[in-house]
Design a protein around this ligand. Structure first.
Ligand SMILES: [Zn+2]
Length: 307
């Protein structure tokens, strides 16, 4: 199942390595013949005569090429009616390893000052860029790049409050040049860095609540963009956190048009919050960033405040 919303599927300098990514059946068949562990998770193969499907590295005796078919993964093989092989358990092991890979990559991105490139990320996992990007995006619902944007936003928000000046915050948050910093920052913060540092002084924000699989959600926007997406156990907590963050801002409840738009947008993101086995802080961060981007993208078509 693909949980990739179209508007966030843009990758970073994707390069496919011919032969290294197991995208054609000949390459896949050769990987099966040599029981290539690196191919595990990239695809699985089914044997028509036994009705089972296996990982490429499975130790079982190989069937004839003519009786072997390939699938992109366990879901596709099962949809076609094949059962997982009891010997290599392609339905379990592959998924778990990939989830671990994704979690490790998320923690790596969180710890990085400057945003790591797709190549750097893939290198830490041993997968090709293409394959890593696919594994990550399929499990997270967002690209590695979008997750990195989320982390950068978090770092920037922290840095602005921890440092004396905006210039210090720029470097602290890993922006290597202040050239386009203000435009980027305004996009990430939904207001100028100065207004953000002053707890929203002079800013008018409208907010709405929604429910999602991860709990209650609050989204707040300004004329400059989205300034806050919070997840929490109940609306009272969320409201208190918004007022704590933006004590000097004027906050007003958004009209029903925006609330409906928020709920509709979240509805499209539902599969994204499902991520089995992925810790909730990672899922929340991914969902919040996906939603922020989606709301920014659709703000022109969003129902206006007078409905
Ligand atoms: Zn097997």
């Amino acid at each position: 199942m693909s949980a990739v919303p179209e508007q966030v599927s843009g990758g970073v300098g994707l390069v496919t390595r011919p032969g290294g990514d197991f995208t054609d059946d000949e390459t896949r068949w050769r990987a099966v013949l040599r029981r290539d562990r690196r191919a595990d998770g990239a695809f699985c193969y089914s044997v028509l005569t036994t009705g089972t499907y296996s990982r490429p590295s499975c130790g079982s005796r190989h069937a004839h090429r003519a009786n072997t078919v390939f699938f992109s993964g366990p879901d596709a093989a099962e949809q076609a009616g094949f059962r997982p092989c009891q010997r290599c358990r392609p339905d379990q092991a592959a998924r778990d390893t990939h989830v671990e890979t994704v979690i490790r990559s998320c923690r790596f991105i969180e710890a990085c000052g400057p945003t790591p490139s797709l190549g750097e990320l893939a290198d830490t996992t041993g997968f090709s860029r293409f394959h890593f990007h696919r594994i990550f995006t399929a499990r997270m619902g967002v690209t590695p790049r979008l997750y990195a944007v989320a982390c950068r936003g978090d770092r920037l928000r922290r840095a602005i409050h921890q440092t004396q000046t905006i210039t210090e915050a720029i470097y602290e948050a890993g922006f290597n040049s202040s050239g386009n910093f203000y435009a980027l920052a305004q996009n990430l913060l939904g207001m100028t860095p100065t207004a953000f540092k002053n707890h929203g002084r002079g800013v008018r924000m409208r907010y709405a609540f929604a429910q999602c699989p991860l709990g209650h959600l609050l989204a707040a926007t300004t004329s400059a963009g989205v300034c806050s997406i919070l997840l929490g156990p109940d609306t009272t907590t969320l409201m208190r956190r918004l007022r704590d963050h933006f004590a000097a801002a004027e906050s007003i409840a958004a009209d029903r048009g925006f609330a409906r738009h928020l709920a509709d947008t979240l509805h499209r993101a539902a599969p994204l919050a499902a991520g089995r086995g992925i810790p909730s802080d990672i899922r929340s961060r991914a969902l919040a960033e996906w939603l922020r981007t989606a709301l920014v993208d659709t703000s022109e078509q969003a129902p206006s405040t007078d409905g």
